[in-house]
Design a protein around this ligand. Structure first.
Ligand SMILES: [Zn+2]
Length: 172
């Protein structure tokens, strides 16, 4: 018997529900494995505590506790790391700022990247200054377009926010 099998048999063992063959293997493992012995004592103590409190032990409770404390539980990236990390942020207000951030990233990629990569560079020294000025004004233009589009989207998001939460700032 492996430790995992032992753990799943503990509640049946304590309820005297293991058949004699399984009981024998269970007790053999108990003699050879110190950790499982400690676990059995913990569960037995917990069960006695629950029984002594004169409240009925909910069916499956012991098994649930075992499942939660099981050492061989497979680690899950989603359940153990991603969800507990992001769960506190997954609300509507955070959603708005996240949406705004994504929006700006999309705008910058859409406006700036194709324009900058479409520019050609001439290596004649006389043309370099002209080229640099062109680049600068192009960047200014691109940035103001990004800014203007961002402002339009910001206004729309503001309207949406108002719609969802009600007006937060008092009108003049
Ligand atoms: Zn064991």
């Amino acid at each position: 018997m492996k430790c995992a099998e032992f753990e799943t048999s503990i509640s049946d063992y304590l309820e005297n529900e293991l058949d004699s063959g399984l009981r024998l293997v269970f007790e053999e493992h108990l003699l050879s494995c110190r950790e499982c012995g400690l676990l059995l004592e913990e569960v037995r103590g917990l069960r006695e505590l629950l029984l002594a409190s004169e409240q009925p032990v909910p069916p499956g409770l012991v098994q649930q506790i075992l499942d939660r404390t099981a050492v061989e539980k497979p680690w899950s990236l989603w359940l153990d790391l991603v969800r507990p990390t992001f769960a506190p942020f997954l609300n509507q207000r955070f959603g708005f700022s996240a949406a705004l951030m994504v929006l700006y990233c999309i705008l910058i990629v859409n406006f700036a990247v194709p324009r900058l990569s479409a520019m050609s560079f001439k290596d004649t020294p006389a043309l370099l200054e002209e080229e640099a000025q062109g680049l600068t004004s192009q960047l200014d233009k691109t940035w103001s377009e990004i800014h203007a589009t961002g402002q339009r989207w910001l206004a729309r998001l503001e309207l949406l926010k108002e719609y969802v939460y009600g007006r937060t700032t008092s009108a003049p």
